[in-house]
Structure formats: C-alpha cells, structure tokens
Design a binder for this molecule. Sequence first.
Ligand SMILES: NC(=O)c1ccc[n+]([C@@H]2O[C@H](COP(=O)([O-])OP(=O)(O)OC[C@H]3O[C@@H](n4cnc5c(N)ncnc54)[C@H](O)[C@@H]3O)[C@@H](O)[C@H]2O)c1
Length: 406
Amino acid sequence: MRSDCEKVSLLLVGIGGFGNFYIRELLYGARAEVFQIVGAVDPYAGTGETARELHDRGIPVFDTLEEFYRIHRAELAVLVTPIHLHAGQACYCMEHGSDVLCEKPICAFPGDAWAMIEARNRTGRKLAIGFQWSFDEAILRLKQDIMDGVYGKIRRMRTIVFFPRGLTYYRRGSGWAGRRKLDTGQWILDSVASNAAAHYLHNMLFLCGSRISESAEPRVMEAEVYRANPIEMFDTCALRVSVTDGAELLFYATHAVPGAQAREPEFVLEGEKGTVTLGYREGETAMWGCTADGRVTVYEKPGADGMGKLSCMEGAIRKGEPLSCVAETALPHLKCIWGLAESFPETPRFPERYIEYEEDGEQYTCRGLGEALDNCWQKGSLPYEEEMAWARKPHEIFLGNTFYHE
Ligand SMILES: NC(=O)c1ccc[n+]([C@@H]2O[C@H](COP(=O)([O-])OP(=O)(O)OC[C@H]3O[C@@H](n4cnc5c(N)ncnc54)[C@H](O)[C@@H]3O)[C@@H](O)[C@H]2O)c1
C-alpha cells in the first residue's frame, strides 16, 4: 500500500509543444507536490531548453519508451505526442505497468482505439483521455444537473469557437499538423474538429451522455468542411450531429478568421425545462442556467484549471476514484472524426476569391467567414442553408453501429 505523502512517479512522453505546459505544472505548479517526474521520452528533445532544465534536475530524457522502461518504472505515463503515436505508446506504457493519461483525441483510427481498450482490459491499468473540460468541476456539476433532469430532456445544443491560426501553427512539431495520413500510412486526421477545438465538440457529446463517464452516441451528421490553408484536412467546419436520444448538436469552428475575430467557445444548451449558456454576462464570460420556473444557476467558468485532469489521475491511482473521461467516453468524438474522414477524402477549398492572405501573421482567412458562422450559430443552420456563396451541400453521414464491431 502506497503512502499518501509519497509522490506519484510520472513519465512524460513528448516534452515540446503542449508537453511544456505539463512540465511547468509538474515542476513549478500546484502538482509539483503530488507528482515526481522520473523520466521523459522525446527523440527530438535534443539539447533544447526544456531538455536542459530536466537534465539539471537529474531527470533523464530518453529517445524511446523502450529505453526508459529498460531501467525505470512509472505509476503514471502522460502522453503528449502527435495523434498517430497515441495508441502504440498507450499500449506499451500499460503493458509496462503504468496507468496512462493520453492527450486528446484518443487516436485517429478506430482500430487503434480498440487496441487501446483491449490493452487496458488485459493489463488492468487505467486509461484516461485528456479532454480537460470533462475533468472540470464546473462542467461536471452542470452534467450532474442535466442528468438529474434540472433542464429536462436536451433538444439542442449549439457551440461556436474561433481559434485563428497562421502557417506557423501548421508548420510546428514534426510536420503532422493538418495532415490526413503520414507517408508511413498512419492516420492523423488533424483538423480543427480533432485538435484545437476538439474539446468543444466532445463536450456536447459528453454533456448529453446519460452517465458521468459516458458520451451520447452520434447517429447522423450533416457536415460542411472547408479549408483556406494549404493542408490536407479542414480548418473550418459546420456540423449538425443527431444523437441517440434525439438531441441535435451544432458545432461551428474555424482557424480561418483574422486574429481580431478570435472567439473563445460559447454554447447554448436548450432543454425541455430550461437553457444553459456559456457566453458573456455583465461583461464577463460566464456559464449559467435558467429554468422555466425562473431559477438561475451560475456555474464557474469552465477551464479554470486545465491541469485538473492530473489531480483526477492522482485520485484514481491513490484511491481508485473513477475517471470521468476514459477511452469509451472519447469514442463518440472519434466516431464523428472518422465519419468526416470517410465522407470527405478530400477537403474542399473556399473559392479563391474569398481567400485572403495576411503577410505579417502568415495567415489564410476566408472573407466574411466569422459573420457567416455566427449567423448560422444564432439560428442553428448550416452555411449551405443560409445560401452562402462558398457553401457546398452538406454531406449526410450515417454513423452506424459498425464502428463498434471492427
Ligand atoms: N489538451 C489540450 O488543450 C491540448 C493542447 C494542445 C495539444 N494537445 C494534444 O497534445 C498532443 C501533442 O500536440 P502538440 O501540439 O504539443 O504537438 P507538437 O508536435 O507540437 O509536440 C509533440 C511533441 O512530441 C514529441 N515527439 C514526437 N515523436 C515522439 C515520439 N516518438 N516519442 C516521444 N515524443 C515524441 C515531439 O518532439 C514534440 O516535442 C496532441 O495529441 C494534441 O492534440 C492538447
């Protein structure tokens, strides 16, 4: 039996990019008292600043997982690596005795997700997927209220988010951003819906799930996807997803608006007995619910503690507490991403006359896109239904049960 004052030993896989946030938190943040980094794996760490910082603290950095596990063990492995590596690395770490917190999305290829679930079941390890809003106290409180019927049966939920990104975003890392598949044949499916804004599509599925660690099952999707950037996947999407119990989820996300139009996620959830809004209230972002009987519930703003998922891992490891986002919770999001990939083997580009290029920010945008998506979000419509000149007929995608039997 481990003592509560002993730190949880942790292996960090991937120390550049988002891995740096983990390093800051684990070395200098609140979780420095809870976890002990016993090693890191990153073949591209080189002699960069982060690698030096770890080295100065006596934390070894390896090129491969094999090298780490040859000598060391870790209770928890945190995977912050490109999407195509998640499955293989998660399985390897679980097989070598570590519980795993794998960054979102779970992976790109459904068969890889089954392999992860099978390895978890066989090894008896824990496997969480790092959609941080699904570990967020405010979101979990809201989900409990939804499950308790405070807002009645959910009819519709609409989410909008604009994260402007230039070419530097697509050039970062080892060249996997915006890719559909690597030259090795490994699936990446990196898009605005599977990476930067993935949280908010997943969040709608998550909130509509009938248990805490369950997400709603998507059945049919009407989808428009576009790109302004020279990428294989899409930087813009407008989706209407129908889930099992009949709720309609609308998702509008883009990287292709100018920096000045950046917009944090906002949503409106409409239930039979009330609504919940994440938006602006008295000049500040807030999340609040109103019920038909006039009751108003103010929730904390989600995302206050993006690293809360580490505390949940600690609770799971030390006390066997349940995890609110496990592999199965993340599958409905993957089902949408895979459905989009199958339906759109190639991504339509916005017509040339709408595309603008901003030299300083090295950013491609689509003229008028922000206003168009906002209009759609307000109405719950798709750009094609609003007769936007650049819009193409949405693909109707049936997300059948076969996904779960491959
Ligand atoms: N939760 C969030 O808010 C959030 C935010 C950003 C990224 N992410 C996720 O984090 C993951 C990484 O994204 P990123 O943007 O940091 O990518 P990145 O390409 O910028 O960084 C990935 C890191 O992994 C390293 N790496 C590459 N191959 C490796 C290997 N074989 N073994 C170990 N390390 C290896 C790279 O050297 C790099 O340091 C993705 O799954 C992404 O979706 C999550």
